[in-house]
Design a protein around this ligand. Structure first.
Ligand SMILES: *Cc1c(COP(=O)(O)O)cnc(C)c1O
Length: 386
């Protein structure tokens, strides 16, 4: 059996239930285009897309051409939409794999049109309108002209119209509502010229879990599928975390009061203490900034991270927990007994957002798909220190 220092369990039952909740939230006739960019927010894009495909989802959104190709190679046959923008060098792959592309400039449309026609192909594009994100997207007043331009190009097929909402509070936020109203107004204006493209979409997770009715024809949730929402949104209770991050105690040290622990001695034992070392560091998803701030679970109890987190190791104070042994499982994100540490909690301790926490779980941490029902069967081999 492979020795594992830290591992992430991906609970496919929880994912299934989240997808059902997303489906019913989106409502009949509204397509769910599941966002699996950044390796499905660190959860493993191929595994997540396969599980979603098995539940009937047919459309996936990615962030780069490489991510699209990875899904195609894994046999994901449905629609794939590359969000954001193409960068030079991605267009060939995208066309070869039938990936849909978001566009917002004449220049990109021209080049895409030429390339598609030279291949005897058509590029399927979504027109991205900037209603207030201030990042990518064409300004609303240019949208009509660009739409006409796309429709006039034989190498392009306009299949979608989209915008992206900046407010992390979704439609609870006046800024979010204003963006959706702007988008709605634009849709009505565009409709005067010709029929709207087939796919009209605006909602990310925050919008989906705050909007009453305005869904357009499709939604683009990402983080909600993984059981999280931007910190302050109430809808999070409806969802279940999919990922848990686990490790094991590899070493103990009983230190006298006054002993400094870790780089720069930012923590010193205030009493005689038992310090356990965990083989998980900031490369593995334990944020550097969570040193002296986060808590982890061992034997069902919360214990503090003490000292700095290093690249490969983290130290915790287990003085108050009786009977901790080398090999004991430690939970960084997830449940143990009656206690739970959420990715949002780790994010707060580290001064960041949950998105960044799960995206930062490094490559050397295996993602292990589990069904919550049979979790106990998969616990990997114990890694003991020298
Ligand atoms: C990432 C992304 C989403 C999904 O956002 P969540 O907050 O994870 O639901 C939707 N649309 C676009 C354009 C994105 O970049």
């Amino acid at each position: 059996m492979r020795a594992v220092r830290a591992w992430a369990e991906i609970d496919l039952d929880a994912l299934d239930r989240n997808l059902s909740r997303i489906r019913s939230r989106a409502g009949a006739g509204c397509e769910v285009m599941l966002v699996v960019k950044a390796d499905a927010y660190g959860h493993g894009a191929v595994e997540v897309a396969r599980a979603a495909q098995a539940r009937g989802l047919r459309t996936f959104c990615v962030g780069t051409a490489e991510e699209a190709v990875e899904l195609r190679r894994a046999g994901i046959a449905g629609r794939i939409v590359l969000l954001g923008t193409l960068v030079d060098g991605e267009a060939e792959d995208v066309l070869a794999h039938g990936v849909e592309i978001c566009v917002h400039s004449s220049d990109r449309c021209l080049r895409l049109d030429e390339l598609a026609r030279s291949r005897g192909d058509r590029a399927r594009v979504h027109l991205n309108v900037d209603t207030g994100m201030g990042r990518l997207g064409v300004p609303p007043e240019r949208a009509l002209a660009l739409q006409d331009e796309i429709r006039a190009r034989r190498g392009l097929e306009l299949v979608g119209l989209m915008t992206h909402v900046a407010a992390s509070g979704g439609l609870d936020d006046p800024g979010g509502r204003a963006q959706v109203e702007r988008f709605d107004a634009l849709c009505r204006r565009l409709q005067h010229g010709a029929a709207l493209p087939r796919h009209v979409h605006a909602a990310n997770s925050a919008c989906l879990f705050t909007a009453g009715e305005r869904r357009f024809t499709a939604v683009r949730p990402g983080i909600a599928a993984f059981g999280m929402l931007p910190g302050h949104l109430a809808g999070a209770e409806l969802l279940e975390p999919v990922l848990s991050l686990r490790t094991r105690v590899v070493f103990f040290k009983d230190v006298p009061a006054g002993t400094p622990v870790g780089y720069d001695g930012t923590w010193s034992a205030a009493r005689d203490s038992r310090i356990a070392t965990l083989p998980i560091g900031y490369n593995d998803g334990m944020p550097w900034r969570s040193g002296n701030r986060a808590e982890v679970l061992v034997r069902g109890r919360r214990v503090p991270v003490v000292g700095r987190v290093s690249m490969d190791y983290t130290t915790i104070d287990v003085t108050d927990v009786v009977g901790v042994e080398v090999g004991d499982e430690v939970v960084v994100i997830g449940r143990q007994g009656d206690e739970e540490v959420t990715a949002n909690e780790v994010a707060r301790a580290a001064g960041t957002i949950a998105y960044e926490i799960t995206c930062s779980i490094g490559r050397r941490v295996p993602r292990i798909p589990v069904r919550s029902s049979d979790r106990d069967a998969i616990v990997p081999a114990v890694a003991r220190s020298g």
